[in-house]
Design a protein around this ligand. Structure first.
Ligand code: ZN
Ligand code: ZN
Length: 508
């Protein structure tokens, strides 16, 4: 049974609600990355399992657009120092292409969710505050400050400062939401009086004039949106952590049962500086730049692969994500066990093979079509859909090669004979290439397995090991001693080109 179904069954057994709301929340303070995506994939999987069980369920994403900018991250220009402490929805886009900072990171992520075919209702925290959705929970929090402070102290074992209030006013003068202190309030007028570090004294409305402190905010929105299920990073699940406080705040202040928690482990990014060196494993983090933004990953692999990579692992297990060869192995596995990537002929050619074909075609699309045909696949060139699917798969491959492929996978068919390298071949190797050349007749079309057999025949005729011949073939064609499967490589190249090349190498 898939873990999402097991969780869905347990939820239905344990909870009395007839309607479920599966909530997620990610702060768009930087590129939303593959590690963040895990939260949405988990929520989506559980939501789908509930729907399949005929349970009434919604899937929502609360974008924490009203969170303050915590510090000037390394990817921000120096002048952004002045924006630290302001809500992300009120800061200009660092690249100027969206209406605010939050949107710059949120909107590409929402596009990616579309690509991933994840249907999710979006709530922007700043809009929720400004529209008044929070007014009642703010009133409740402000009037019960003492109780809240006690809960936080008891659960987190931290001292709550005397001047602490659960509401952080947004200062009208400096724009920060982190530096004003509440000095009084009027529940009827729905406003607080504050004094800011910048010297400003003013009133702030419950409608967008400030924000609840994080631990209170989390519990408050469970109540506002009727959240019954929520996955979150394991850090929040630590004893005395924000889920523990949230649970008590929810029941004691808001008279609402905390959602069913699904704590999940991190996705660790595994990278190698260069081949042969020890791989580095780091937690994905937008602020430290050790991450792969979701939109960037989706340029190199199709959405179904990214979904598969994440959803195949139970939430309580961490994922070591290595976008180089290990990702390629997962793609192989997916194509073998689930389905081919792309429709028509694109779906019939394994991704790994496509990587070789694209490189053989050297970035030329009409050549790629020829290469595919030579490899024994039928391409209906009049079928636009089929051509588009090939184009799409080729784009993924190109992007994967550029960003993540290790050198061992990369090659380039040499347009001229690599004379220097050929000098190092043994006489036996040159003789074998000559024998191969003699076997090739114009117009001949050998399949990958024909080629494979032919190489073994030549090996026994020349009384040498086949691997020596493979090496000679790679050197003559690619200027390196290894490459993609020789059968594939040879079948996809023009016979006349091969005959000339092997002859020239044999004579060199
Ligand atoms: Zn932008
Ligand atoms: Zn101020």
């Amino acid at each position: 049974m898939h873990w999402s179904l097991a969780i869905a069954k347990e939820i239905v057994e344990r909870r009395k609600e007839k309607k479920h709301v599966v909530a997620t929340g990610i702060t768009p303070s930087g590129d939303i990355h593959v590690g963040n995506l895990r939260e949405i994939i988990i929520a989506d999987a559980v939501h789908s399992a509930l729907i399949n069980m005929d349970v009434d369920a919604r899937l929502i994403y609360i974008a924490d657009t009203f969170d303050p900018l915590r510090r000037r991250y390394s990817f921000l220009p120096e002048k952004y120092e002045t924006h630290v402490g302001k809500p992300l929805s009120e800061i200009p886009d660092p690249e100027g292409c969206h209406s605010c900072y939050a949107d710059h990171f949120l909107l590409p992520f929402l596009d990616s969710l579309d690509d991933l075919d994840i249907k999710i209702e979006i709530f922007r925290a700043d809009e929720m505050y400004k529209s008044g959705m929070y007014v009642d929970v703010i009133k409740e929090a402000i009037s019960r400050r003492e109780n809240l402070a006690r809960i936080i102290e008891q659960v987190s074992r931290r001292r709550v400062p005397v001047e602490w209030t659960p509401f952080n006013p947004l200062c009208d003068a400096c724009g920060r939401i982190t530096s004003a202190v509440v000095k009084g309030y009027d529940l009827n007028k729905q406003e607080v009086y504050y004094e800011c570090e910048c010297g400003n004294k003013d009133v702030a409305s419950f409608r967008g004039g400030g924000k609840l402190a994080w631990r209170v905010d989390w519990a408050a929105r469970w109540k506002i949106l009727g959240v019954t299920i929520e996955p979150f990073g394991k850090d929040h699940a630590a004893p005395g952590g924000s889920y523990d406080t949230g649970k008590r705040i929810s029941s004691e202040i808001y008279n609402y049962g905390a959602p069913y928690p699904i704590p999940f482990e991190h996705i660790l990014l595994k990278t190698k500086e260069e081949e042969g060196t020890e791989a580095k494993v780091t937690a994905m983090s937008s602020s430290r730049g050790t991450n792969i933004p979701v939109h960037e990953m989706l340029e190199a692999v199709p959405p179904e692969i990214l979904k598969h990579v994440i959803s195949r692992v139970r939430p309580d297990k961490h994922i070591e994500f290595d976008p180089s060869l290990p990702l390629l192995h997962l793609i192989d596995e997916y194509e073998r066990k689930i389905r081919g990537i792309g429709r028509g002929v694109a779906g019939k050619i394994p991704f790994r093979h496509f990587i070789a074909l694209v490189q053989i075609a050297r970035g030329d699309f009409s050549e790629l079509l020829e290469v595919i045909k030579r490899s024994g696949y039928d391409v209906r060139e009049e079928d636009e859909e089929e051509i588009k699917e090939i184009e799409k798969k080729a784009k993924y491959v190109e992007s994967w090669l550029r960003r993540y492929a290790p050198p061992s996978v990369k090659f380039e068919v040499q347009l001229v004979l690599p004379t220097e390298e050929i000098k190092n071949l043994t006489d036996a190797q040159k003789y074998a290439l000559m024998l191969l050349a003699q076997e090739l007749i114009e117009g001949m079309n050998l399949s990958a397995s024909d080629w494979h057999n032919k190489i073994y025949e030549v090996a026994s005729a020349a009384n040498m090991e086949a691997k020596e011949i493979f090496k000679a073939i790679y050197i003559a064609l690619l200027k390196k001693p290894s490459g993609p499967r020789a059968g594939w490589l040879l079948a996809s190249l023009d016979t006349e080109f091969l005959r000339e090349r092997f002859e020239a190498a044999g004579e060199a």
